[in-house]
Design a protein around this ligand. Structure first.
Ligand SMILES: NC(=O)c1ccc[n+]([C@@H]2O[C@H](COP(=O)([O-])OP(=O)(O)OC[C@H]3O[C@@H](n4cnc5c(N)ncnc54)[C@H](OP(=O)(O)O)[C@@H]3O)[C@@H](O)[C@H]2O)c1
Length: 313
């Protein structure tokens, strides 16, 4: 019964979550005796694939691995694609809702292939789908503006595979939101149907977005002077805000943002919860690598700070 309602999109998110969970465990185990594994090329390739930016710098990589380096400052490409694609999907959804059109046939065909024939289509109210799409657009636009006008990037790198993954990521995420209502026939809702979960999700989204922006701005301020001009591209110990509790509050905020989107779907989309699980393991791994980097580089690094979830992880 359960398996017949699992579609390709569920398998994809489940697989991604599992890959990052496995990578997290593999890294934790290998970190106990790094010298033992460093001589294996496959270990170095693994480390090269999971690290980017400052956490890549300490890696003693062979020359051939550097061939696949792409500037980390290209992060804005991901959000530019997301704003365009998810804005387009939102326009199609609004058109379908208010002008009584159906989705274009190519989109319906894609969504049909991604979802199981007997999944609980249409369970998520139409208003929730539109709200999640809108918030995804707002989130992507904010991140795009932060990348272009707030963050100060150094010459850090990411792997070409990570870059290509990032380019496809927001396209799949946009389709994932629509997969909860592939025929555009979700239960119709009036504004009066908005319930506690919608409100809680919205409040959480706003709060987590503020936390993420504040953390990104604090990181940028480590490199700029009073006038806002860039003074250094060094990595320093972050201070202030939630950095007093965790090394990566912006990763914690990312997780909360995805949880908020799931709540706004009424908690009804199994696929969106799998996406939350993926973000959890993805950000846990990135946060762990960043935390280890700070601890190994700065002797005076505060001992009580966790990697990305206050008091827990
Ligand atoms: N949903 C997902 O799958 C996913 C995946 C990855 C990231 N994200 C999100 O994308 C956002 C950015 O992630 P990120 O991994 O790029 O964050 P990050 O490594 O912390 O970098 C953010 C900015 O701060 C700078 N920076 C980092 N540490 C610094 C330090 N110690 N001193 C001075 N400047 C520093 C970076 O410059 P450099 O150029 O030197 O690095 C960059 O400009 C986060 O909010 C994260 O949650 C989401």
């Amino acid at each position: 019964m359960f398996w017949s309602s699992v579609g390709f999109i569920d398998i994809l998110w489940g697989f991604l979550a599992f890959c990052f969970f496995a990578a997290f465990c593999a890294h934790k185990i290998s970190a106990l005796q790094p010298k033992r594994y460093e001589k294996f090329s496959v270990y170095m390739l693994f480390q090269d694939l999971i690290r980017y930016g400052k956490t890549k710098q300490s890696l003693k990589r062979e020359k051939w691995l550097r061939v696949f380096d792409v500037p980390k400052r290209w992060f804005w490409h991901f959000y530019a694609i997301s704003v365009c694609w998810n804005g387009f999907l939102l326009a199609l959804t609004l058109n379908a809702r208010f002008d009584n059109h159906s989705y274009p046939s190519w989109l319906t065909a894609i969504l049909d292939r991604m979802t199981a024939a007997s999944s609980s289509h249409g369970q998520v109210p139409q208003l929730s789908t539109v709200l999640v799409q809108l918030l995804l657009c707002i989130h992507s636009l904010r991140r795009l503006l932060e990348c272009l006008f707030v963050s100060v990037f150094s010459d850090g790198a990411m792997h070409l595979v990570q870059y290509l993954f990032g380019l496809g990521y927001y396209i799949v995420l946009g389709l994932t939101v629509l997969c909860s209502d592939p025929a555009g026939q979700g239960r119709e809702t009036q504004l009066a149907d908005l319930n506690f979960l919608h409100l809680a999700g919205l409040v959480l989204f706003l709060w987590a977005s503020k936390l993420q922006h504040q953390s990104i701005a604090l990181l940028a301020r480590l490199r700029t002077g009073q006038s806002g001009s860039v003074e250094t591209l060094d990595h320093k110990v972050p201070k202030g805000g939630w950095f007093e509790w965790v090394s990566c509050p912006h990763y914690f905020a990312e997780l909360l943002i995805y949880i908020s989107l799931s709540l706004i779907s009424g908690g009804l989309s199994f696929t969106l919860w799998l996406a939350v699980l993926y973000v959890f393991f993805n950000q846990a791994l990135a946060g762990q690598l960043c935390h280890e980097h700070y601890v190994s580089k700065y002797d005076s690094y505060p001992k009580h700070r966790r990697a990305f979830i206050p008091f827990l992880l």
